[in-house]
Design a protein around this ligand. Sequence first.
Ligand SMILES: [Zn+2]
Length: 232
Amino acid sequence: MSLPEPLDALVVAPHPDDAELALGGTIARLLGAGWRVGVVDLTTGEPTPLGSEQTRARETQAATAVLGLSWRENLRLVNRSLVPDLEARRLLAGVFRRTRPRWVFAPYWLDAHPDHTAASRLVEEARFWAKLSKSDLPGQPHYPQRIWYYYSLHLRRVPDPLLVVDITPYWETKLQAVSSYRSQFVDPYPQGEFLQRMETQARFWGQMIGTQYGEPLTTREVLGVEDFSGLI
Ligand SMILES: [Zn+2]
C-alpha cells in the first residue's frame, strides 16, 4: 500500500541504529524543517552480544519516538548475511515505490562490514528498478532524485565528505536517539566510551565547517543548487 503522502527523504539502514548513528542530527534537522523522513531497516541487527530481537525492537521504537520519524519499517532480511540479490532488490524497490522519497540515504560504499557494502549496492540497484514500467513490482514507477551516502563505518579511515550538515541545534536529540540503543552503545560501555567517541567525531566535523557539531555526507552524482543561501 502506498503512503498517503510521499516521503521527502528515506534512510536505508542495514541495521536498526545505523540511521541514528550516522544521521540522527540530519534526520532531526530535516524533520524540524517540515520534511517527511522515514527509515527502512533492512535487518533486525540481531544477534549481538547484549541484545535480543525483542530488546532491539523496543530500542528502535524508542529511538523512532525521540526523532519523531514519519515512517519506519523493517524488511527482516538476514543480519550478517545481507546479499544484494534479486529478491532483496525487489523488496527495496517496492519500498521506494510505496514511500516515493525524493532523496534516499545509503551507507557509504566502502566498509569492513559486508552488510553495509551490500546495503549500499542494494540501494543503487533498487533505485534503478523502482523506476521500471511494465514490471510486476508493487505501486507506480518512481525514481528517487538523489542518493546521499552517510558514514556508519567499520573501517579505520577518515571520510572524505562532499559536505557537512550543521547538527548543532539537534545534538541532544541525536544523543538521546542513539542512547535509546542501550544494548548496543550504553550497557557494553560502562564508562560511556562509545558516546564520547561519537561526540568527538561530531565535534571534528563541526569544526570543519565552523559549528559545534556536524555529520558528513557525500554523493556520487553532480550536485545542483538554485541558490546559495543554505550553504555555510
Ligand atoms: Zn550497521
